[in-house]
Ligand binder design. Structure first.
Ligand code: SAM
Ligand code: SF4
Length: 328
């Protein structure tokens, strides 16, 4: 089996694909209230193009896909895309990161098409706060999405909570407590200084250590746990808990040395690192009529320039990528 190994001996087997830059919510830490100027339809990769590019990646060693956005569930025909990707030889799992509000009605169809599991982003358990953070969402819809995912076994279901000082950091213990009785795998994410939200992130940053201390003070010590994961979170469990707890600490304890991923943006740029401005225009090359060999060579070039790590702790410089464009 081919393996993609980068210059730092990391095996690259995971591709995150942003399938749209559009979203049905406007989370305050991610998008401006008025939304972003959306890409023109013709600039967005068509499903056949995504499948072709994934085929090249799979030939080189990509095994796991994650669909993200924007909000992946707002793109028409997403169930068909999952089905098409499932048939690409070499692909072993397809997961999705979603805000969950449109998930309940199509969870089963996604599962039947071959989706393996979902991560649902949920930053609060309080309805008014949910409406305020997302500017237009309803908590009950997100919770219904989580319920549906559990009932059709899109599992393990991971719940992503971005901890923002003064906004929802007082709920970390409530989220952790939920893992006691629900099969929720709650992951606390450090607010990352990206794009327009860089300044906000620096003011409202809460480290994973602080969140963890808050949880352990209230609920007791966490013990190591293991769940199926192709991501950077180390996982923990409260004594006797059904679910688990994880911390994604991009800033305080970065996981670059084990980074196994590449990102494909909705307009067809292959990006070696979330925190780098480097990107390679696969769409342009593809639409210019490139054969598989040329695309293959381009993929290898991208891997070769994957940096050893990010350096966000230092200066205030950050990438121009917006989270909603690149998909987290
Ligand atoms: N719309 C989908 C969702 O919300 O799950 C997928 C795309 S969203 C950009 C992916 C993840 O990035 C979400 O969990 C979101 O909370 C997270 N995110 C967005 N901006 C972030 C930031 N500045 N720092 C950390 N996480 C962020
Ligand atoms: Fe949309 Fe996800 Fe960004 Fe919220 S975090 S605005 S749901 S893309």
């Amino acid at each position: 089996m081919p393996r993609l190994i980068d210059n730092y001996e990391r095996q690259i087997d995971y591709l995150r694909i942003s399938i749209t830059d559009r979203c049905n919510l406007r989370c305050t830490y991610c998008m401006p209230e008025e939304g972003i100027t959306p890409l023109r339809h013709e600039d967005v990769l068509r499903y056949e193009e995504i499948v072709r590019l994934v085929g090249i990646g799979a030939g080189l060693g990509i095994r796991h896909l994650r669909l993200t956005g924007g909000e992946p569930l707002v793109r028409k025909g997403v169930v068909d895309l999952v089905r098409m990707l499932r048939q690409v030889p070499g692909i072993e799992s397809i997961s999705m990161t979603t805000n969950g509000v449109a998930l309940a009605p199509i969870a089963r169809a996604l599962r039947d098409a071959g989706l393996s599991r979902v991560n649902v982003s949920l930053d609060t358990l309080r309805p008014e706060r949910y409406a305020a953070i997302t500017r237009r969402g309803r908590l009950e819809d997100a919770l219904a999405g989580i319920e549906a995912a559990l009932s059709v076994r899109l599992t393990p279901v991971k719940i992503n909570m971005v901890v923002v000082k003064g906004v929802n950091d007082d709920e970390a213990v409530d989220f952790a407590r939920l893992s006691l009785e629900q099969p929720w795998h709650v992951r606390f994410i450090e607010f990352m200084p990206l794009g327009q939200h860089a300044e906000q992130a620096r003011r409202a940053y809460v480290s994973s250590d602080e969140t963890r201390a808050q949880i352990e003070t209230a609920l007791g010590p966490l013990a190591p746990a293991e769940i199926v994961a192709h991501g950077p979170a180390r996982t923990w469990r409260l004594p006797g808990a059904v679910g688990t707890i994880g911390f994604i600490s991009a800033l305080s304890e970065h996981f670059c040395q084990s980074c196994n991923r590449l990102r494909l943006t909705s307009d067809g740029k292959l990006v070696p690192c979330l925190f780098s401005d480097r990107e390679y225009d696969l769409r342009g090359v593809l639409r210019a009529g490139a054969d598989d060999e040329a695309l293959d060579a381009l993929w290898q070039e991208v891997i070769a320039c994957k940096p050893d790590g990010h350096h966000l702790e230092g200066a205030l410089t950050t990438t121009e990528h917006r989270m909603s464009q690149i998909g987290g």
